[in-house]
Ligand binder design. Structure first.
Ligand code: ADP
Length: 454
């Protein structure tokens, strides 16, 4: 891909004067890029080996609070450092910023230099390794849906999040005319990402005013999660540079459709699709059936990793294309899992539960863990469901609130075995804290409803 650089190529670009800044970043628990901006000369001479960050960055929330209850770090432990180890295979240009390149880092323990188990990249790498030990590679694609607004983040914040007009005036699903009007933002996004080495497939209008989607070609799980994280970041930065806001909040208004991040998944052996069996009517191999059985059975265990905030659960509403049931069906958008590419080598399963706020490292890792369990136990896949799954009383529900998803995460023997107790305890604390904060806050809705009339 154009835009990806070897370390030698970066050094040449720095000595030639075309790159003067290197962003060294890592994905945090919320899937955001955190890190430092290096003078490029310092990076290529010294800091390419390692740099450091405060370890609260993997024990905080969207507001950068320092909640108690994390075993890994606390005020008592003095909030020490982590090592940020640049993964030099991820160097790329950042074409939408002048003279800038980026590298993603792995987070290591300051003393042992071992990967920090609850860092999102390490969590995904662990499941990828387990899968490789079984002889498979995971190929994944995560769709990104989001809303564009007329005004900028700053203007919207200053209005108290009241002045929030989406960039368009009508449902723009697959709409060429309306999306032409958004090309001022979307074309630099597609081209900027492509020139940064991300294999962009397309963008399209989605089923609400101001809603867009961008698709990036499927790739190995770690690359897919890196692409997702960089794309989400870039979309916000490029929209900001054009005077607009882009939000990945899954439900920015109760009267509007929500934003998802569907995850397409297939397993491969030596470059060949292992989910495909030409003798099966749907083209599904036994391996695929076992994987999907695990994916579906354990969906309640990992719902938190697909829906990590209070707001995430507002998206799960009947008749909105956001699924509420842990069943699968063939090319039917009302079920939690949809079979795509049936009968072809591109046969794959799409998980439709996740919101646009998911952290792709955690979501993919949890789903791989569930799929691996299905393969190991040769779990049986139930027949597909048909029709409007929202109305299917037999179909199991995903947890409908963060509180319930926290309990299913805490109690998950499957995830504890796959990821480790320390990791699950860490993210359970993260989920609890989100709930505690929400429970403490008096919302606008309560005041408007009860101020006079209660
Ligand atoms: P949709 O109509 O749902 O948008 P697409 O055909 O555009 O479906 O594919 C959605 C995503 O699935 C794309 O990002 C594509 O790269 C990915 N994809 C295609 N084949 C596979 C596969 N075998 N494994 C995983 N993802 C795949």
């Amino acid at each position: 891909m154009p835009g990806t650089l070897s370390f030698e190529e970066l050094k040449s670009a720095v000595s030639g004067g075309t790159i003067d800044t290197v962003l060294a970043c890592f994905p945090d628990m919320q899937g955001r890029l955190m890190g430092k901006r290096f003078h490029a000369v310092n990076f290529v001479e010294v800091s390419y080996k390692e740099t450091h960050c405060c370890n609260y960055l993997l024990a905080t929330d969207l507001e950068m609070a320092t909640p108690d209850g994390y075993a890994s770090t606390s005020w008592e432990k003095g909030y020490g450092d982590y090592v940020m180890a640049p993964d030099l295979s991820t160097i790329r240009l950042v074409p939408w910023l002048e003279g800038t390149a980026m590298v993603l880092c792995d987070i290591l323990d300051h003393h042992t230099h071992e990967p920090v188990p609850h860092s999102p990249r390490a969590i995904l790498k662990r499941q990828v390794t387990r899968l490789e030990e079984l002889g498979y590679d995971a190929m994944m694609a995560t769709e990104l849906e989001f809303f564009l607004f007329e005004k900028s983040f700053d203007e919207i914040r200053k209005s108290g999040f009241r002045d929030m007009a989406p960039i368009s005036g009508y449902n723009e699903d697959y709409h060429i005319l309306q999306t032409t009007k958004e090309e001022g933002v979307m074309r630099p996004i597609r081209n900027g990402l492509y020139a940064a080495g991300l294999p962009v497939e397309n963008s399209k209008g989605e089923a609400e005013t101001g809603q867009e989607e961008i698709n990036i070609r499927y790739s190995k799980a770690i690359d897919c999660a890196d692409h997702h994280t960089i794309a989400k970041h870039a979309i916000k930065e490029i929209a900001w540079a054009q005077g607009h806001a882009a939000t990945f909040l899954p439900k920015w208004h109760h009267d509007k459709v929500g934003s998802s991040s569907h995850v397409h998944q297939s397993l491969w052996v030596d470059g060949n699709p292992a989910f495909y069996d030409e003798s099966d009517p749907l083209g599904m191999s036994d391996l695929m059936r076992h994987y999907m059985a695990g994916l579906i059975a354990y969906a309640p265990d990992y719902t938190f990793f697909l829906a990590p905030y209070i707001n995430s659960y507002k998206r799960f509403a009947k008749g909105t294309f956001a699924p509420t049931k842990t069943v699968w069906s063939v090319d039917n958008r009302t079920a939690g899992f949809r079979l795509c590419g049936d009968g072809t080598k591109g046969v794959r399963v799409e998980c439709r539960i996740g919101g646009s706020d998911l952290n792709p490292y955690l979501a993919q890792a949890a789903m791989l863990a569930a799929g691996i369990k299905g393969i190991e136990e040769k779990m049986t896949l139930a027949p597909p469901t048909r029709g409007d799954v929202y109305e299917d009383a037999q179909a199991a529900d995903i947890p409908q609130t963060l509180r319930k998803a926290t309990e299913t995460l805490r109690a998950s023997a499957m995830l504890r075995e796959a990821m480790g107790d320390d990791v699950i305890d860490h993210y359970t604390r993260c989920a609890e804290w989100e709930q505690e904060e929400f429970d403490r806050i008096v919302t606008d809705w309560e005041v408007a409803r009860g101020f006079e009339r209660a």
